[in-house]
Design a protein around this ligand. Structure first.
Ligand SMILES: NC(=O)c1ccc[n+]([C@@H]2O[C@H](COP(=O)([O-])OP(=O)(O)OC[C@H]3O[C@@H](n4cnc5c(N)ncnc54)[C@H](O)[C@@H]3O)[C@@H](O)[C@H]2O)c1
Ligand SMILES: [Fe+2]
Length: 380
């Protein structure tokens, strides 16, 4: 028996933010970062919450939110006696809000409601039961997984993403692609998650470059916002794989933005998972390669065998890396060789222990993770 459940109410399209006017609460906290507070977005959201008796703004979120932020966020929620939290921002703000509300509910025994408004098109956190928090001292990212982390409502308003700078558009866009592809080949995928992942990849293929080149292209922004949400629902259902496991470890150790770490790894992980050799031959017939062949065909890439399908998918991903100016080596991503060598074993062990590894389509061990890392282990 299988089950597909979508708890989050998704509001999208023109004037989606107007739904905020229908919400009521005694004390609402807009949970966000300094940038979205300084550029007026947090105040704009607060002004739409006309049915809430009191609205306050918490603007302390930092990228890759640390555990300590959850403690400070909870103190704020308790002081304000919040019964509604509106998470506003990228994955960092939404994950920080999700974790904080989770802990505050446990502490107070009260049902604090949670709504998410993403301002990047990347993590899909507005529709997932995951929240990623960083343990700075242990150089680890900790994914919390719990159904109660799912926001009750997600509001997709693409105009909020127009101010995202090109480099962040590129990084977060590659996060979308990685979510969709890892969900698609995950051991837990099914036809519903496949349909969502396929559509997300198609939207990425057509709209990431226009969104990157012109942030004010609201059609491209809207399509990427939809792709992010679809890919989020897909991986919430199907899980991810070792691309994310290794990216979490690289992010925790070297503060490489999450999507960028995913982007650097993606061609190499696909090659590893499909057992594609140096001559672009799939060594052992495998369902992962067959699935990617059918996706390549859907995207219009030549693919009359699994070898050719996978190869063309990888070639195309490398083209997107070039178009979006993604670094392809640890050296280009600003990592120092000595730091990498000192952390390599820790990265391998963290990746193996990461929750995403369980649904990777190919069984992986330390040698497998090292084989993938070796492909980006270039310092000039
Ligand atoms: N919960 C999940 O399911 C999930 C999935 C993938 C990743 N993550 C986590 O999400 C985090 C990354 O999130 P992200 O990639 O969205 O980046 P982010 O939230 O860290 O934001 C990146 C930068 O963009 C800025 N920004 C956000 N919105 C903006 C806007 N509209 N205009 C201009 N600047 C804006 C932020 O201030 C920040 O400086 C990582 O911690 C990652 O581990 C979570
Ligand atoms: Fe991700």
């Amino acid at each position: 028996m299988q089950r597909f459940k979508l708890k989050t109410d998704i509001i999208f399209g023109q004037n989606a933010l107007d739904v905020l006017k229908t919400l009521s609460a005694r004390s609402c906290v807009v949970f966000t970062d300094a940038f979205l507070t300084a550029n007026g977005t947090a105040d704009r959201i607060a002004s739409l919450l006309v049915g809430c008796e009191k609205v306050s703004v918490y603007s302390e979120v930092k990228p890759d939110p640390p555990i300590e932020l959850v403690a400070s966020g909870m103190k704020f929620l308790l002081e304000k006696e919040a019964d509604l939290v509106v998470a506003l921002g990228g994955g960092s703000a939404i994950d920080a809000a999700k974790s904080t509300v989770y802990v505050a509910r446990k502490h107070t025994g009260k049902n604090i409601r949670l709504i998410a408004i993403p301002t990047t098109s990347g993590t899909g956190s507005e529709v997932t039961q995951f929240a990623v928090i960083s343990d700075i001292q242990a150089e680890k990212k900790i994914p919390l997984i719990d159904e109660t982390l799912l926001p009750e409502m997600a509001i997709l308003s693409c105009e909020l993403t127009a101010s995202v700078p090109p480099a962040v558009t590129a990084d977060t866009g590659f996060d979308v692609l990685t979510h969709a592809l890892e969900a698609y080949i995950s051991t837990n995928s099914n036809e519903i998650s496949d349909a969502l992942a396929e559509k997300a990849v198609e939207l990425f293929a057509d709209y990431i470059v226009p969104a990157y080149k012109n942030g004010n292209d609201l059609i491209a922004r809207e399509k990427m916002h939809t792709a992010s949400c679809l890919a989020g629902i897909a991986f919430n259902e199907a899980g991810l794989g070792i691309n994310h496991s290794i990216a979490h470890a690289l992010g925790a150790n070297f503060h490489i933005p999450h999507g960028r770490a995913n982007a650097m790894l993606l061609p190499h992980v696909l090659r590893y998972n499909t057992e594609l050799d140096i001559k672009f031959c799939v060594k052992n017939a495998n369902p992962t390669a067959d699935k990617l062949e059918s996706l390549a065909r859907r995207l219009g890439y030549p693919a009359n065998s699994s070898d050719i399908g996978v190869r063309n998918m990888i070639v195309k991903i490398k083209e997107y890396q070039r178009w979006l100016n993604i670094p392809t080596t640890l050296g280009e991503a600003g990592v120092k060789k000595q730091d990498y060598l000192e952390s390599k074993q820790h990265i391998i062990q963290s990746a193996l222990a990461d929750a995403c590894t369980a649904t990777n389509p190919r069984k992986v061990d330390a040698a497998g993770i090292a084989e993938i890392l070796d492909k980006i282990d270039i310092f000039i």
